[in-house]
Design a protein around this ligand. Structure first.
Ligand code: KMH
Ligand code: ZN
Length: 271
């Protein structure tokens, strides 16, 4: 089995400091959280930027500052979001790709997202994929519903994303695919052989689906974007605490954890 790639989704666009007092928000806090997670065993950090007021922003200048600060303190793979918040325009969302990060996310379809709609039309998916290809950015294909895998395969057929494909199954978003073991198996069994996949279980499902991924040969995403709790009613003290738990589980279950360079090798990323 491949070594386990752990992604830390540090901040997200929806969580607030009121909900999670240790949420990293400023570039300095996000870089410090990235280093702590890398030291704990994460090889990728999935990053959403916030502005000076703590609101989600896709401003390239803020992403640049975060990228430089992370690169100055650790070797972790920087993966900015192109999902942003539901109210960001596609043009705003695409900005961090211009920094030529090693990876970035690419959402593969439209779905309900709580009380909102997360909009990803075919033409914008194609535009995002084409720009990532031009700039040599490895896409992480974000899958919130089963049909989105077909959209991703359509992008592959058009040559806009290239094998080996890397998927992230985001399961348990209210309004989208639930986070059951059966749903994870459905997704995992629907992707082409030779692809890699990770799972982001929302809320309490982070732990159960992450454990399944360790056993099934997938990879795992944890962090405050997806889950702010350590256990029922108990807030996590940091993103790194959630990473450290996955490292312990992987060791108990006999799965080695990848370093950032090993993750690059697994994902076919040339630094
Ligand atoms: N915040 C969500 C609306 C991504 O980062 O690529 C979208 C999202 C996906 O978080
Ligand atoms: Zn995200």
């Amino acid at each position: 089995m491949q070594k386990l790639i752990i992604t830390a989704a540090l901040t997200g666009a929806e969580v607030t400091r009121e909900q999670q007092p240790t949420l990293p928000v400023t570039p300095d806090e996000i870089a410090a959280a990235a280093k702590e997670c890398c030291d704990a065993g994460a090889s990728i950090v999935h990053v959403h930027a916030r502005d000076a007021a703590g609101e989600p922003t896709q401003d390239i200048a803020v992403y640049r500052e975060i990228k430089e600060k992370i690169e100055a303190c650790c070797n972790v793979i920087f993966q900015p979001s192109t999902g942003g918040a539901v109210w960001h325009s596609p043009e705003e969302r695409l900005q961090p790709v211009e920094l030529k990060p090693e990876m970035s996310t690419l959402s593969c379809g439209t779905c309900n997202f709580g009380g909102d709609v997360f909009m990803n039309t075919e033409s914008y998916m194609e535009k995002f994929a084409a720009r990532m290809k031009e700039l040599g950015v490895k896409p992480e294909l974000e899958i919130f519903e089963r049909g989105m895998i077909e959209n991703a395969l359509k992008l592959a057929k058009k040559g806009l994303v290239e094998a080996p494909l890397h998927f992230d199954f985001v399961l348990g978003v209210p309004g989208a695919c639930p986070a059951t073991p059966e749903d994870l198996l459905l997704m995992k069994n629907a992707i082409p052989a030779g692809s890699t996949w990770t799972v982001a279980g929302i809320g309490r499902h982070e732990l159960s689906l992450g454990t399944m991924a360790i056993l099934l040969g997938g990879h795992v995403r944890v962090g405050f974007e997806d889950n702010i709790f350590y256990s029922k009613g108990v807030l996590a003290t940091s993103n790194a605490q959630l990473v450290a738990r996955m490292v312990r589980l992987a060791k108990e279950l006999g799965r080695e954890v990848a370093t950032p360079d090993e993750a690059r090798e697994i994902l076919g990323i040339k630094k």
